[in-house]
Design a binder for this molecule. Structure first.
Ligand SMILES: Nc1nc2c(c(=O)[nH]1)N[C@H]1C(S)=C(S)[C@@H](COP(=O)(O)O)O[C@H]1N2
Ligand SMILES: [Mo]
Length: 229
């Protein structure tokens, strides 16, 4: 009796599972991962003006001001340093104007940025040029990113203190964020809190969730040229 009554239900359940299974087969497990990755950031969007979307993977981020902000530089450096906004302002300043391209498809043309080029900051802290990589942490407590030392020594990799003609706003990751000009937006870590010189590349937040560690935008179409300053 149980068997007879149970059979149709069981079959519907099994057919339902087959349906989902067939979808999975059609997409492939990698494709399903990609769909998840593309949808996941949408939950973090706050609408923004000017073509940008404000992204955050955390529900709230502490507000740091130009007075309270600190950047910790550690790892394979001659001397661990804690930099204030004034310390950053005292280093050589670099400005550049570049498109900002999110891997999910939106792009903002000709965004003006300025701040300290990463190689200048690494030199100021005595970073070991033989170290392999840099790990960046956010004071949101969750987001991380990384670059190889070779990438970090490009002059279009900025520790940005200004964006769109003014200070980097809190929603855009201020007072200090990364702008990795030749790479997709997810490399441009917001609310920069720490820079650690390390021995190997550690995949960042979205990279652990399916994005490429290699994030060059259009390497073949000439958008990796040198900055204007
Ligand atoms: N800390 C932190 N940095 C981050 C992100 C994030 O969610 N948290 N999102 C990344 C992604 S995917 C993009 S496209 C840009 C978006 O920058 P915006 O919020 O200033 O538009 O920030 C990047 N840096
Ligand atoms: Mo993005």
């Amino acid at each position: 009796m149980d068997e007879v009554e149970g059979a149709p239900v069981g079959r519907r359940v099994v057919l339902g599972m087959l349906g989902l299974g067939a979808l999975g087969v059609a997409l492939g497990s990698r494709a399903q991962d990609k769909v998840g990755d593309v949808l996941a950031p949408i939950s973090g969007i706050i609408p923004a003006a000017g073509g940008f979307r404000y992204y955050t993977v955390t529900s709230s981020v502490p507000e740091e001001t130009a007075q309270t902000y600190r950047l910790e530089v550690s790892g394979r450096v001659a001397k661990k340093r804690t930099l204030t906004m004034a310390d950053l302002a005292a280093l050589p300043q670099t400005s550049l104007t570049r498109d900002f391209q999110c891997v999910t498809g939106w792009r903002v043309k000709d965004v003006a940025w300025s701040g300290v080029a990463l190689p200048d900051l690494l030199d100021a802290c005595g970073a070991d040029p033989k170290a392999a990589a840099i790990t960046f942490t956010s004071f949101d407590g969750v987001y991380t990113e990384s670059l190889t030392m070779e990438q970090a020594r490009r002059r279009d990799m900025l520790v940005a203190t200004s964006m769109l003609g003014g200070p980097v706003t809190h929603d855009h990751g201020g007072p200090v964020r990364l702008f990795t000009a030749p790479m997709y937006g997810y490399k441009s870590l917001k609310w920069l809190g720490g820079i650690e010189v390390v021995d190997e590349v550690e995949p960042g937040y979205w990279e652990l969730r399916g994005y490429d560690v290699d994030a060059w935008v259009g390497r073949s179409n000439g958008r990796t040229d040198a900055p204007t300053s």
